[in-house]
Design a protein around this ligand. Structure first.
Ligand SMILES: CSC[C@H]1O[C@H](OP(=O)(O)O)[C@H](O)[C@@H]1O
Length: 330
């Protein structure tokens, strides 16, 4: 997508170096970081320099290619990559595809990683094309977390239909859940939408019932990190309660994801591993002061414990349909 007048992908590989937009600095600073070794790319996934199912899938593929380039033991390299974040299926899909390609040659591994990144872009673009049909002129859409182009290599999943509808001239308004504790909605989704000129409002995570009860939401679209064989969806913590609210208020709830996110080997949501992250992500927030100097401050009671599951499971019964690169399923 465009940043100013220049097109960027979220993540790309040139030669043996992986480049990515540093999502921990957005929206206050736009900076591209370079990662020359597999372990550095793995650390970027762990620290969420790059995050989002599609983007960490590409990062995992590039990291596996870097492992082959450095002549690392491929089994050790693959395990180190698989251990970075447990929930998003695209990470495992990509690392396994590049691992198999690497058995042929290093060049084959690099080409497979690039092919996966390009396929992610194409799938996300098609999700936009098919999802656009769900968005009426004047629609007010609630999103959760960031499933935009920053969560993919480009275009995004939940936000791709929004961008397509906007570019097709539809008047839409997006309500972006702030999505505590990492605030992907308040920081990343809001930055993306402003960049694309899409009308939007950041809302507290606990405002969903109020918005829906006031008739302010016509449609909910989220992304997904892993979709089980029965249609249960693992996505950012808080998705489940939005789906319950949408059901209660009779509002369509769609999940946008490429086929690479569907995990037919996982029977249902109970078998999906939920990542638990540091409680410090709840205790602390980072942002600029009036002079633009970044500070990290504590925002919770000193000494209290915090619980920080990164994802939850939305039962298939609460999902109106899926938007994939093959179309919309109801
Ligand atoms: C297309 S992004 C999908 C998914 O990834 C996000 O999680 P995280 O920011 O922790 O990587 C969130 O669950 C998005 O919906």
């Amino acid at each position: 997508m465009k940043v100013g007048d220049r097109h960027y992908r979220t993540i790309w590989m040139e030669g043996t170096v992986v480049y990515m937009i540093d999502q921990n600095l957005l929206p206050f600073e736009f900076k591209v970081q370079a990662f020359k070794q597999r372990e550095a790319t793995c650390e970027a996934i762990r620290k969420m320099t790059v995050r989002g199912a599609g983007a960490i899938g590409a990062a995992a593929g590039f990291a596996m290619a870097q492992g082959f380039i450095s002549n690392e033991d491929p089994d050790i390299a693959r395990e180190r990559i698989r251990a970075t974040r447990p929930t998003a299926r695209d990470l495992f899909y990509a690392v396994d595809r590049v691992y198999e390609a690497g058995k042929i040659s290093v060049q084959a591994a690099i080409e497979e990683a690039q092919n996966l990144a390009n396929a992610n872009v194409e799938a996300a673009k098609k999700i936009g094309f098919f999802g656009d049909a769900l968005i009426k002129d004047g629609a007010r859409i609630l999103t959760h977390c960031n499933a935009g182009w920053l969560g993919f290599v480009d275009y995004g999943s939940a936000l791709s239909p929004v961008y397509t509808a906007h570019r097709n001239g539809k008047q839409i308004h997006v309500y972006a859940d702030e999505t505590r504790p990492r605030s992907q909605g308040a920081r990343l989704t809001a930055w993306e939408l402003a960049n694309e000129g899409v009308d939007h409002t950041i809302v507290p995570d606990n405002a969903g019932a109020f918005l829906m009860s006031e008739g302010m939401i016509d449609l909910v679209i989220t992304g997904a990190d892993r979709i089980a064989a029965n249609g249960d969806v693992a996505n950012k913590i808080g998705t489940y309660e939005k789906a319950i609210l949408a059901e209660y208020f009779g509002i369509p709830f769609f999940v946008a994801a490429p086929l690479s996110t569907f995990d037919h080997n996982t029977p249902d949501g109970s078998a999906i591993e939920i990542e638990h992250r540091s409680q410090d992500e709840v205790h602390y927030q980072t942002g600029p002061d009036g002079d633009g100097k970044m500070h990290t401050i504590r925002v919770t009671n000193p000494g209290s414990e915090a619980f920080n599951p990164a994802f939850d499971i939305t039962p298939a019964a609460l999902i109106t349909g899926f938007i994939t690169e093959k179309g919309v399923t109801n």
